[in-house]
Design a protein around this ligand. Structure first.
Ligand SMILES: C[S@@+](CC[C@H](N)C(=O)[O-])C[C@H]1O[C@@H](n2cnc3c(N)ncnc32)[C@H](O)[C@@H]1O
Length: 214
């Protein structure tokens, strides 16, 4: 059965990339794009929860190859329709938590705006399973949102485990409650402490990026 998150993103597929047009976020986005292309240059990348392929398209200009997975057919249909100049991208419909269709053949992983949608109790199982799919010394790059008053959707509630939720509306008026956690630098360092070496954080106003080796 599809989760609320999967249903929401499937229905949001056609309007998803509007989020990347917010004027106040453009400078940060340019920096993230430059860093992501640089860190993943010539890498064989496993991309988690690729959505409509916004980041896939960007990083594919420098990577050796990408296998990008998402559990939503609707977003993958959009991602597959994009043009990838180096023809180095393959999309697979798979679950990010199980990665059941993924073999170990990667020297890097990229996750865009995925960590924030995981329940806190699922962070470690996700990281451990992801890293099982990566070769020794692989590089992991993740990007996600910082909470910025006036730009981010307000946090609606916090559950007993400390996960935070937002009410999100689509253009057709339908409303969804979505898990969205925001992390400080200290929290990020703690989450990855046992799973990373050379852990680095690049903190911008609207986004954070982490890069580490396994
Ligand atoms: C915030 S979007 C990120 C999309 C893309 N990475 C980006 O940064 O533009 C989250 C994505 O997670 C996908 N998703 C939700 N649950 C998933 C799951 N269990 N396994 C794989 N993908 C999932 C959604 O379909 C959606 O495309």
């Amino acid at each position: 059965m599809k989760s609320e998150l999967e249903i929401y993103y499937s229905r949001r597929a056609s309007e998803y990339e509007k989020i990347y047009k917010k004027p106040e976020r453009q400078a940060d986005l340019e920096s993230l794009k430059r860093l992501a292309k640089d860190f993943l240059q010539n890498k064989s990348v496993l991309e988690i929860a690729c959505g409509t392929g916004y980041w896939t398209e960007i990083i594919s200009s420098t990577t050796h190859s990408i296998v990008a997975i998402d559990s939503s057919k609707e977003v993958l249909d959009i991602a597959r329709f994009k043009s990838y100049n180096k023809k180095n991208v393959k999309f697979i419909n798979d679950d990010a938590l199980s990665l059941s269709k993924i073999k170990i053949e990667f020297d890097s992983a990229f996750c865009g705006f995925w960590l924030s949608h995981l329940k806190k109790k699922n962070l470690e199982p996700f990281i451990v399973n992801l890293q099982k799919k990566l070769k020794e010394d692989s590089v992991v790059v993740m990007i996600d949102n910082n909470y910025v008053e006036g730009s981010s959707t307000v946090v609606n509630r916090t559950d007993k485990e400390g996960n935070t939720y937002q009410l999100r509306k689509l253009e057709d008026g339908s409303e969804y409650e979505l898990l969205k956690n925001f992390y400080s630098e200290v929290e990020l360092k703690n989450i990855f402490r046992n799973y990373s070496v050379n852990f680095e954080i690049f903190n911008f106003k609207y986004y954070w990026m982490i890069k580490y080796s396994i």
